[in-house]
Write a protein that binds this ligand. Structure first.
Ligand SMILES: Nc1ncnc2c1ncn2[C@@H]1O[C@H](COP(=O)(O)OP(=O)(O)OP(=O)(O)O)[C@@H](O)[C@H]1O
Ligand SMILES: [Zn+2]
Length: 739
């Protein structure tokens, strides 16, 4: 008889804590998946410790492990260490984090189903290799050599013509000098964290791909993890990786991990990575929690992107976990961006007389591949136009010219829908959401009013619900309206080849249906559309080749935000957006054109736009870091948010005040180093009938903040027990992205 402790999904506040003990007839190795009883349910668990067999009968009270999902190697020590760290750091229970990291389809797999799946997989695998050895004339030795050495490099000397782009799959471009230097620096040390700061279009992807190739060639088991911030970037990436590695590792060499998979697909991909059958893994933030047979390199592309932060449940930052994982396994982690987060920028600083160097190594690629220019900034002073002007005449004229010349234009507006609010001209009623402190947005396509926070949807009324007037009008504009206007203003002209300009909109609404996004992106790549209207969704990562002009219609909002990260995010967004223009240097040169970023603003003198005009990320970052240092904000301090949701704002704040009071009386560890701010309502105070308030916790010492937060957990449970009925929930957000 053995006793094992098992991690299972039981959140902190259930009172169960971290691990539960079960007995088992056989010893079970740590990392093994099991099914165990929990209350009346039967749940998935991971064996965490195998305890020494017990002599006495004290374990008789324990319940028994029901089934063992064996047949694969147990989850590794390093995977379990990652789970333990993530749980501790983000203040969640170990079991919750571990189970969340596993594919959901595992949760209701019986041992019988599990073993059937495994034997089917090994059968399929067997068939596949049998087919390969029959159909292929290669000898075993040749096949082995193929597995171990990268495909021949075919140097494509002047690589920039269109013909060269379409060369056979085995080809890869000759690295530019700056790419080669970056690659060499990483290969040389083969571990550590690298910040690859390469301007938009500098060819970061190629560095990642050739780096991956080196790693795979030098170790026949090595696996590479590529992370992208948004699912919409995955197909482009998958195609790149597939094209490059399929001739070498087989068609089925890329595993994908993102929320777009069915539960069964996700389970199969997870298994392929766990068993090491797939060497290349492409995923969004959840992929960092994957179980790898032999992880050798992690690439985090667009590392600055806020999407790497999970915004519900265990609020982990996938980029930060990637860095932790890399350090723990002594493998290299490459963080890439044209506009790094200020945290990563700071962590890769050079030593000065006062401060030591950061622990990341910074690698710079300051030029675009092919020597193309970055977009020139054109600021349009909107104070010169009537307030309701949507697109300045000069911008329309510039777009007209580009389209006539065969280029594409991109227009960005970070607000989907037709208009942000519907208003009554007679009584000034507004389309407020009954459940949130927000307006319902007007959507013209399906004539609905929709709340973007809680999803509440109603039909656009014909009469004002308050006074009955028919004088209802949308106020302000969203992407739907922008598309309509562009269609009216430019969609009526006839181009040289007799075509009428086509406008496509790409945002969360237009891409709701499966395959819609891919089809729209393909239209842009094929050149079937002339103008792309969209939200920030399409502002980054895409390698559009024919866009010459990018316009951002209403960027100013972020200049007045109370969130200290707003300028950083705006600058990054605008740099990324401008980076979609002029990516094909040869094409721009052939048409004697140069890329432009147009900004319509009420604040043409703003310092942020001046830095943008200089394309000066380092200058902007230096300025921001100085301000942050003076104000004692991240990365010079560490933050956490304690949030409470309740029926009333007063209820939420009272709970937070109570916790703060208890914490002060108790003198929690680290408290001398932690500043506790008073409770405040969130910017959007009410969502789905919950009033939300938060307390900001800040410390110059990460350690102190961590100690404080751990000690705070029991107090939170106590305060909850005492709290008035109205309290709905509370949560802790460590390293929050939005304040
Ligand atoms: N060495 C090279 N020779 C020729 N073409 C290259 C080379 N490296 C990259 N390219 C091409 O340059 C283009 C831009 O590269 P890539 O998309 O990787 O840029 P990026 O640095 O990731 O930009 P962004 O930050 O905007 O996403 C791609 O079309 C890519 O195929
Ligand atoms: Zn709502």
């Amino acid at each position: 008889m053995a006793v094992v402790s098992v991690a299972l999904d039981a959140p902190f506040h259930s009172g169960i804590g971290h691990l539960l003990s079960y007995r088992s007839a056989q010893p079970i190795a740590p990392g093994t998946l099991v099914r165990v009883p929990l209350g009346k349910r039967e749940v998935l668990g991971v064996v965490w410790h195998d305890e020494i067999p017990q002599e006495n009968n004290s374990e008789l009270a324990l319940r028994e492990v029901l089934e063992v999902l064996d047949g694969v190697v147990p989850l590794s020590t390093s995977w379990r260490a990652l789970m333990a760290f993530a749980a501790r750091y983000y203040q969640r229970s170990l079991g919750e984090v571990a189970i969340m990291a596993l594919p959901s389809a595992l949760q209701d797999q019986s041992a019988a189903q599990w073993h059937k799946r495994l034997s089917k997989l090994s059968l399929d695998g067997g068939k596949r290799s049998a087919r390969q050895s029959k159909s292929s004339a290669r000898t075993k030795n040749a096949a082995q050599a193929k597995a171990l050495s990268p495909p021949e490099t075919i140097a494509l000397a002047p690589m920039l013509s269109n013909a060269a782009q379409a060369l056979p799959v085995l080809s890869k471009p000759q690295l530019t000098q700056q790419q080669q230097q970056a690659l060499d620096a990483i290969v040389l040390e083969a571990h550590g964290v690298y910040l690859l700061h390469g301007v938009t279009g500098s060819g970061k992807t190629e560095v990642y791909l050739q780096l991956a190739e080196r790693m795979i060639a030098s170790d026949p088991q090595a696996q590479i993890l590529f992370m992208v911030p948004e699912i919409n970037l995955a197909p482009q990436w998958q195609a790149h990786i597939q094209t490059r590695f399929a001739p070498w590792l087989g068609e089925d060499c890329v595993a994908v991990m993102h929320s777009g998979l069915t539960p069964v697909q996700r389970l199969n991909e997870w298994l392929a990575v766990h068993q090491g059958r797939k060497r290349l893994v492409l995923g969004t933030r959840m992929a960092v929690l994957g179980s790898f047979a032999k992880l050798a390199l992690v690439v985090v592309d667009e590392e600055h992107d806020p999407s790497y932060k999970q915004q519900e449940g265990a609020r982990y930052n996938a980029r930060d976990l990637a860095v932790w994982r890399g350090k723990q396994q002594s493998i290299p982690v490459v963080l890439g961006s044209a506009t790094p987060s200020l945290e990563s920028w700071y962590n890769s600083r050079a030593a000065t007389a006062q401060t030591p160097a950061g622990s990341y190594q910074r690698l710079s690629m300051p030029a675009r591949v092919g020597g193309g220019a970055l977009a020139r900034l054109r600021l349009v002073d909107m104070t010169a136009y009537p307030r309701d002007t949507v697109l300045a005449p000069s911008l329309l004229a510039a777009m007209h010219e580009r389209i006539t010349a065969g280029e594409q234009c991109m227009v960005l507006l970070n607000r989907r829908g037709y208009a942000p609010v519907l208003q009554c001209g007679a009584c000034s009623w507004k389309s407020d959401c009954p459940h949130c402190s927000a307006h319902q947005v007007v959507h013209k396509a399906d004539r609905s009013l929709r709340c973007h926070h809680c999803g509440w949807s109603t039909r656009v009324p014909h009469h004002c619900p308050r006074c009955g007037s028919v004088d209802l009008a949308p106020v302000g504009r969203g992407t739907e309206q922008l598309q309509e206007m562009l269609q009216e203003q430019l969609g009526t002209m006839v181009l040289d080849d007799g075509r009428i300009p086509q406008v496509v909109r790409i945002d969360a609404d237009s891409t709701r249906h499966k395959g819609a996004l891919q089809e729209s992106l393909a239209q842009v790549h094929r050149g079937d559309v002339d103008i792309v209207v969209g939200t920030q969704m399409i502002a980054k990562g895409h390698d559009f080749r024919r866009i010459g002009l990018v316009a951002v219609v209403q960027p100013d909002g972020a200049l007045y935000s109370s969130d200290f990260r707003a300028p950083e995010r705006l600058f990054a967004l605008l740099m990324q957006a401008s980076g979609r223009a002029g990516r094909d240097a040869a094409y721009m040169q052939d048409s004697a054109s140069s890329p432009e970023l147009w900004l319509q603003t009420q604040e043409p003198q703003h310092a942020l736009y001046a830095a943008l005009a200089r394309q000066d990320y380092p200058g902007f970052a230096a300025l921001q870091l100085r301000e942050r240092e003076q104000a004692g904000m991240p990365p010079f301090s560490f933050q956490a948010i304690l949030r409470a949701d309740a029926k009333t704002q007063e209820g939420a704040q009272a709970f937070l005040r109570q916790v703060a009071h208890m914490a002060q009386t108790a003198g929690l560890p680290g408290h001398e180093w932690v500043t506790v701010y008073p409770p405040v309502p969130l910017t959007i105070q009410r969502v789905a009938n919950a009033e939300r308030a938060q307390i900001l916790l800040e410390s110059a010492s990460r350690k102190a903040l961590q100690a404080y937060l751990s000690a705070l957990q029991p107090l939170l449970h106590q305060a909850r027990a005492q709290a008035a009925k109205g309290l709905l929930r509370w949560l802790v957000d460590v390293d929050p992205m939005a304040i």
